[in-house]
Ligand binder design. Structure first.
Ligand code: GLN
Length: 483
């Protein structure tokens, strides 16, 4: 058996079933590791509630045995509302915010018996690719503390990679599950848009935001998805499609390799993805070169659409109803202006400004409408490709984890679009609403490399099955940082 710190959910379920451990023991061990960790991956730790829930779980296991996620410790990205427990979105704006209700994902995972240990750090309002935009400070990558874990779900990714929790929730608007999963050497799934309820998930860009799981294996992702997905009448964009099925493994799948996805890639990362393609060939699948001709426009279109939606979504933070309120405002305008100026960080302000600009009269056609057209073309590229292939294989990121401070500067002297280019391989599937995952496929310079698999809408089953078969054939997902 491997190091207990890096046990999978499947391992943990087996241990709980054979009573070699208890939910309380597991919660204590993980809370202990969280307390000793210096990664800054948690914003809030819920020790008392977690231990109380674990005691209940142990009673239930004694009565009925272990099932579902009963007794399994997890963490939630601090973008999911937790009733009675602060939900900050890593923003000063929400630093004191205590939601009156739970997100659907939180409710569902609690109903499955999972034990929430705390809320994980992230980029403010999920805007960023390095977790350096957090009001609570940056998160360190467990493989190398001088490097970023990726973002925006950097806290969840680092916590899973470091063995602080076996799994965590995260959200992905343009790559925030897949990119940090890749940079931290874990597995992460962004489901099809609409598969997982957005109710109670603090909104960034509503037409793109999607919650999903992070874990150590694709098998665990499947288990978590089962307890996160499902139609939710409280979310009008939630899809009424029934649970992700589990088909028998198939051979002879046609795996498309888009020729546009090598552009900004470190050649050594390209080689690992190439070797992954060879593994799939060895498993009886076929490699097919494909073209997704509008890929080059995806990042620009994404940053216009996402910022436009963010500018309207974030208008709710006015200092009146909830969130940060400035001291002794002179009048209502001053209340709005100063509450927002003080409450939001630099990147959030940049998105609000560019988004408002893109939506304003006179610029709407030039920016927002054009970006929407490009979004449609990117989506059509995928749908055309999927007429002839089953899945798409790409790198997850253009590089491995980069140094903290390399792409952002506190004095705002760095070009923000360099950071935005970190998302080149993840945003196209986001724009198209497609399910995609990242799993480890190599190590370069002692840092993990991730590959991305993209499936047609609601094709999570095929996606996970292929990822599971890769993880049966290789052991990249078992590599762990030396802590
Ligand atoms: N890095 C991208 C951004 O900053 C994606 C973020 C996300 O998926 N939440 O917008």
């Amino acid at each position: 058996m491997t190091d207990a710190r890096f046990a999978t959910i499947a391992d943990i379920r087996t241990a709980l079933r054979s009573r070699t451990t208890s939910a309380v023991e597991l919660a204590r061990e993980h809370l202990d590791r969280i307390a000793r960790s210096e990664l800054n991956s948690f914003v809030t730790v819920c020790e008392d509630d977690a231990l109380a829930a674990a005691r209940e779980a142990d009673k239930q296991i004694a009565r009925e045995g272990q099932s579902g996620l009963l007794g399994v410790p997890i963490a939630h990205k601090d973008v999911f509302c937790t009733a009675g427990g602060r939900t900050t979105c890593a923003s000063r704006m929400l630093a004191e915010f205590v939601p009156p209700y739970d997100a659907t994902v939180v409710t569902k995972l609690r109903d499955s018996g999972a034990i929430m240990l705390g809320k994980t750090n992230m980029d403010e309002f999920a805007m960023g690719s390095s977790n350096e935009n957090s009001y609570f400070g940056p998160v360190s990558n467990p493989w190398d503390a001088t490097r970023v874990p990726g973002g925006s779900s950097g806290g969840s990714a680092a916590a899973v990679a470091a063995g602080l929790v076996p799994a965590a929730t995260a959200t992905d608007t343009g790559g925030s599950i897949r990119q940090p999963a890749a940079l931290c050497g874990i597995s992460g799934l962004k489901p099809t848009y609409g598969r997982v309820s957005r109710y109670g998930m603090v909104a960034f860009a509503s037409s793109l935001d999607q919650g999903g799981p992070m874990a150590r294996t694709a098998l665990d992702l499947r288990l978590l998805l089962r307890h996160m997905e499902g139609h939710d009448p409280l979310d009008s964009t939630s899809a009424d499609v029934g649970p992700t099925p589990r088909e028998a493994d198939r051979v002879g799948l046609r795996i498309g390799i888009p020729r546009e996805y090598g552009r900004d890639l470190d050649a050594r990362l390209g080689a690992t993805v190439d070797e992954a393609a060879a593994v799939f060939e060895g498993l009886g699948h076929e490699r097919v070169e494909i073209s997704l001709p509008h890929t080059a426009y995806a990042t620009a279109a994404y940053y216009v659409v996402a910022s436009a939606e963010a500018s309207t979504n974030l208008s709710r933070y006015d200092g009146v109803r909830y969130g940060h309120r400035t001291e002794s405002p002179a009048d209502l305008d001053d209340l709005y202006a100063r509450s927002r100026s003080e409450g939001f960080g630099a990147e959030v302000k940049r998105r609000i400004l560019t988004g408002t600009y893109a939506l304003s009269i006179g610029y709407y056609d030039a920016y927002y409408r054009k970006a929407q057209r490009l979004r449609r073309l990117v989506r059509r590229d995928f749908l055309d490709a999927f007429a002839a292939i089953d899945l798409i294989l790409t790198p997850s990121t253009p590089s491995t984890a980069f140094e903290k401070g390399a792409l952002v500067a506190p004095d705002e002297t760095k070009d923000p679009t360099v950071m935005y280019e970190q998302d080149v391989y993840t945003v196209p599937a986001s724009l198209a609403g497609l399910p995609a995952l990242s799993i480890p496929c190599g190590i370069v310079d002692c840092l993990p490399v991730g590959m991305q698999l993209i499936a047609p809408h609601f094709g999570e089953d095929r996606l996970l099955a292929l990822a599971e078969s890769f993880q049966r054939a290789t052991d990249w997902h078992r590599r762990t940082p030396a802590l």
